[in-house]
Each structure stands twice: as C-alpha cells, then as structure tokens.
Design a protein around this ligand. Structure first.
Ligand code: TXA
Ligand code: MG
Length: 456
C-alpha cells in the first residue's frame, strides 16, 4: 500500500505487545456491572499509552478482541470517529459497533446527553436483550439499541440510523482498554475496506500500518470471525449477521425462539453460481480469485474440472512458471484436493497429474501449510524417459476439521495465500449447519462474500 497522508502526516504504526497475565475482572461474578482494572501499574502501561491516544488523538488505535482486531476510536467524539472511516477507506453510511467495558457504561449511553447521571430509576436495557446479555456477554454478540436523543454518541457512529450496535468484548485486554479510555469505543474490524478481517497485530499493520500510529498486540484472536449482530427491537427478532454466537444458541433464549435470518445463506445465494464478475459486493476478499465449493456429499467432485482448467491455463500462459494455486481445505477434502493423481483427456491425449511436495507441512498459527508443485504427464510421455511438466506451484492450507478451528484460521489463511501471491484460491466450504450450535454459518457467510465464483 502506498504511503497515505492523513491529517497532513504519514504514519508508521508501532506494534506494542501487551504482557499476558491478569488484565482485570468484573467486581461481582455474574453481574457485569463494573469492570475493575488490575492494580499492578506495570501491567497496564501499554494500555495506558493507547488510552491516552484514544482520548486525545483523532487517529484510531488497533487493538485485539476475542473475534478480530478492531480499529478503535472514542465513540463520543465526531473527529475521532471520522478518523476510523478515513483510515479504513470505509463508506460512512456503514454504521460502527460500539464496545463497552461493563453495563454501567452501556447504561450511561442509553441516557440522553445532558441528563444528570444519577441513579436511573428504570432499567434502560430492553427486556428482550436480558437473556442474551446474561448468556453471551462478555462475548461475540452485538445488539441493536435505540439511540437516545440527544445522544452521547457521535452521529458518525450510527450513520444516521436511530439505533446503535453495541457489544461487550470477551477480552480482558479490550475491556481494560475501554475502561482506561473512560468512553465507549467505536471499532470496526481493523482491515482495509474489502480485505479479510485481521486476526493478528501483523495483519493490521499490513493493511493500515501507514495510516495509524499504534497497534496493541495481544496475540491471535481466539474466535477468528466477527460478532453475531442481532436486532431485538423488531418482531420477530432478526440475526443481521451470523458470527461468533450461533443462531441455535440464540434461539434457546427466552423471547428468541422465533428469531429469523436477515442474511442470505446457501438456500438463497448458492444457486447463482458462478456469479458474474463485478456483481459481488466485495468484502473479506483477498487479491486472488476465490473459488468456493459449497459442501456436498461428493467430496472433491467439483475440483476435477479445475485441474483440467489449471493445466489448460498453464499451456496458454506466456510465463509458464508463474502460475500459483492456493487450496484451503476443511472437513473432507483429501490431500491436494484432487490435484494429485488426476486423470483426464485433453485434446485427445490422456493426461495424469501429480503433486510433488517441495516443503514439508509447517504449522502456521493453527493450520498446516504445505508447498508443492503440480506436474503433469501426457500419455505419450509415459515411456519413463520424459519428466513430468511443471504446471504451477500449489500452496495448500488445512484449517482442520473442527468448525471453531476453521473459523479461527480462515481470514489468516486467505491473507497468507495473498502474501504468497497465488492467482487463485480453491476453498472447501462446510455445511451452514454442520454441528448443532457451531458457527459454520458465520464461516460460510464470510466465504460467500469473499468468493468470486461459487461452485455447487
Ligand atoms: O466482532 C466484531 O463485531 C468486530 C470487533 C472489532 O468487535 N467489529 C466489527 O465491526 O465487525 P464492523 O464495523 O466491521 O461491522 C459492523 C456490522 C456491520 O455489518 C454493520 O452494518 C452492523 O454491524 N451495524 C452496526 N450498527 C448497526 C445498526 N445501528 N444497525 C444495523 N446494523 C448495524
Ligand atoms: Mg468488517
């Protein structure tokens, strides 16, 4: 990314590690009313630096949450919130999620600006959300609440809507940062607009390093996909975005048994494949073309035709050594996803392929990455004297078979393949509903948005 000047200055983000250890807790177990900071000041030093910036600067700060890294700013100051849209290159009609440290902070936002902040006589949190808050907060669930008029929140946060989205992150680092800043933090995912969300401090630096000054490093995010966004202010209540809390678990809560999906899943979009180029709403997208295979009973069924087209592409390539293929496999694809030992007829000739491993698999974060070469032989070459022809480099990532591991590694894998400059990424989708209560729907929602082509 070219150096970008914001507010007349160019930036070089510093990655500031936050020591692991005790970073705070709720005063009384279960009440979520008040977040208490740790008493050891050394522990808080990096967070204090970030909090100072949040209070005084209009340049947002990168910080980890349990879902993805956020790009945080004081949600009560317009100039600070505008800084988020500038740094991300995000359209300002897309509202931001507010992050609170505890319920006391949430109640304060629900009170109109200027009203004395004594003891509110009525509980301002709508009853419909109480079972969700009790069960899922702190955690990856965002709820929509009516924005009071006049509001303490900067108008840029809500993009003109009458509601605001809020969550209490399950990261004591994030909670203590918010508490030290003393204000709710508006924070979208800390990626450049259209790119996959960041799950490490390095991802944030890669996208926004020249646009912000500071990124707190708390290691890789546990969940790996963003929060579930729900609207309980309408009937029936709606899940607007699938995320780290599954719809099954939400449905179990009082008042939420009739919750409906306000997003499209396989039943609506899986049928329109392949989609016309340019028609997709670009989001979560690496540079490479992404070909997503919807989960089917016939594992690897679709990929055979891809092997054929890769070989064909190789034969047309002006620089025959340049083709790079990425594979992201999940639950069922076999090694090399069918690229190894494929047999087909091309222009009347029998062709067989092989994958030659050039680097043994390495564990990157939570997934396995292996590098190999795709080679092919024509039937007439099978005399044993001729070597197989090189068709392309193949970089294969295995995310694991557990949905939580797939979610955890997904964005990181797409980013890794992008940095290795692959031309195309073949991804093995999973069933929207693979196991009761897991977050497969969130994984598939992100993948369908990232995909250039969806194969059924
Ligand atoms: O896990 C997460 O939610 C992460 C971390 C950083 O907390 N944040 C995040 O924010 O994903 P962002 O800005 O990338 O996504 C915000 C989502 C969008 O889909 C937006 O449309 C929706 O929340 N949203 C926010 N406020 C809303 C509102 N008032 N009405 C409807 N949708 C809203
Ligand atoms: Mg985002």
């Amino acid at each position: 990314m070219a150096a970008v000047q914001i507010n007349g200055a160019s930036h070089k983000a510093e990655i500031l590690p936050v020591p692991t250890g005790f970073l705070g807790r709720f005063t009384e177990d279960g009440s979520l009313e008040h977040w208490e900071l740790p008493t050891n000041p050394a522990q808080l030093e990096p967070l204090q630096r970030a909090a100072r910036l949040l209070k005084t600067s209009n340049i947002p700060v990168g910080f980890p949450t349990e879902t993805v890294y956020g790009l945080g700013a004081d949600a009560t100051r317009s100039d600070a919130v505008k800084g988020i849209y500038k740094a991300k290159g995000r359209p300002s009609d897309n509202p931001l999620i507010i992050h609170v440290a505890d319920l006391k902070m949430l109640r304060s936002i629900l009170q109109p600006a200027g009203e004395a902040s004594g003891q509110p006589t009525l509980d301002s949190i709508p009853d419909i959300y109480k079972p969700l808050i009790q069960r899922f907060w702190p955690g990856p669930l965002t709820i929509l609440l009516p924005n009071p008029a006049p509001s303490k929140l900067a108008p840029e946060v809500t993009a003109g809507l009458t509601t605001f989205g809020v969550r209490m992150p399950a990261s004591s680092l994030a909670q203590s940062l918010i508490q030290l800043a003393g204000v709710p933090l508006a924070a979208p995912s800390a990626n450049a607009s259209t790119k996959p969300s960041p799950t490490t401090a390095q991802h944030v630096k890669y996208d926004l390093g020249e646009r912000i000054d500071l990124i707190l490093d708390g290691g890789s995010c546990q969940v790996g996909v963003e929060s579930t966004v729900v609207d309980g202010m309408c009937t029936p209540p709606v899940v607007l975005r699938p995320g780290g809390v599954s719809i099954d678990r939400i449905r179990e809560c009082e008042g939420w048994s009739g919750v409906v999906k306000g997003y499209k899943d396989a039943s609506e979009i899986g049928n329109h494949a392949p989609r016309a180029p340019g028609m997709k709403y670009k989001h979560y997208s690496p540079k490479a073309k992404v070909v997503l295979f919807e989960a089917t009973e016939y594992h690897n069924a679709g990929i055979a035709s891809e092997v054929y087209s890769v070989i064909e592409k190789h034969q047309q390539q002006s620089d025959p050594d340049s083709l790079k293929i990425g594979i992201v496999s999940t639950k069922y694809w076999q090694d090399s996803a069918g690229f190894h030992n494929a047999k087909f007829v091309h222009e009347g000739t029998d062709i067989t392929t092989e994958i030659v491993v050039v680097e043994q698999p390495v564990l990157v974060d939570s997934y396995l990455l292996q590098k190999g070469e795709l080679r092919y032989k024509k039937a007439s070459d099978n005399s044993g004297t001729k070597e197989a022809i090189f068709a392309g480099d193949v970089i294969e990532i295995k995310l694991g078979i557990e949905t939580k591991d797939i979610a955890h590694g997904l964005f990181s894998a797409l980013r890794e393949l992008d940095q290795l400059n692959v031309d195309v990424i073949y991804v093995e989708g999973i069933a929207d509903h693979s196991e009761d209560g897991d977050i497969a729907a969130a994984v598939m929602n992100r993948l369908r948005k990232a995909a250039t082509v969806i194969e059924k």
